[in-house]
Design a protein around this ligand. Structure first.
Ligand code: IYR
Length: 226
């Protein structure tokens, strides 16, 4: 039943391509996104803020629960704040690598060569703390419960990573565990849960990536058609 709350407009900006062009575009996007690699060696070269802002606007278009857009991006370029984050993250990481992870997890991480040192948190020009909001305010100021928060935040983060890559920037999805310190440092309420700390910048001139990270499963291992 239509209600006063439910109003529609014609689909405003869909673009249909001929099938051959669709095929070419799908291939071009695959080739484009396959050139995105998680980078851990960042350059200190500055990145203009407006570029990050535009990528966040792209992230903000992600599909999400009830269109409550249950996310907040705390964007940190301030060196003192980045350093506080580094110190707090490294403290958690030391506990993780010195035992909290457990043997199986540490074994799984060996091909990535990671350890508790996170110099990129000082070096990269931007850190984006991605928070999921369990509750947030509607346009008219009412505090509402949010839905599908992890799913919504993950999709938006995927959009963000793709947007940053399209702009020519390198990213690292960093997940120190636990990340509660980000609420304190970024001044976010307890109802905001930190999901991912996205490190953003130019790769260092001599950046390297683990071979392990380049080994992607073939289609027949990731998809079943019926
Ligand atoms: N958060 C740690 C450990 C880590 C865990 C996974 I799963 C990774 O894919 C990579 C790292 C760290 O950042 O070192």
């Amino acid at each position: 039943m239509p209600t006063a709350d439910y109003r529609t407009i014609p689909l405003p900006d869909y673009v249909e391509y001929p099938v051959e062009e669709m095929r070419a575009r799908a291939q071009a996007f695959h080739e484009h996104i396959a050139r995105r690699h998680t980078v851990r060696d960042f350059s200190p070269r500055p990145v203009p803020r407006d570029i990050v802002e535009r990528c966040l606007m792209a992230a903000g278009t992600a599909p999400n629960g009830a269109n409550h857009q249950p996310w907040h991006f705390a964007v940190i370029g301030d060196p003192a704040m980045k350093h506080r984050i580094r110190l707090a993250a490294e403290a958690e990481e030391r506990a993780f690598y010195e035992g909290r992870a457990g043997e199986e997890w540490l074994e799984a991480l060996k091909p990535l060569g990671t350890d508790a040192a996170k110099p990129f948190l000082d070096i990269a020009p931007w850190l984006i703390c991605v928070f999921g909001q369990r509750r947030s305010r509607s346009a008219d100021g009412r505090l509402r419960k949010n839905y599908y928060v992890p799913e919504s935040v993950s999709i938006a983060t995927g959009f963000l990573i793709a947007a940053l890559h399209a702009a020519g920037l390198a990213t690292l999805t960093h997940t120190p565990n636990p990340m509660g310190f980000l609420n304190q440092i970024c001044g976010r309420p307890d109802s905001d849960k930190p999901y991912i700390l996205l490190v953003v910048g130019y790769p260092a001139a001599d950046a390297r990536i683990p071979v392990h990270a380049t080994e992607k499963k073939p289609l027949d291992q990731i998809a079943t058609f019926f």
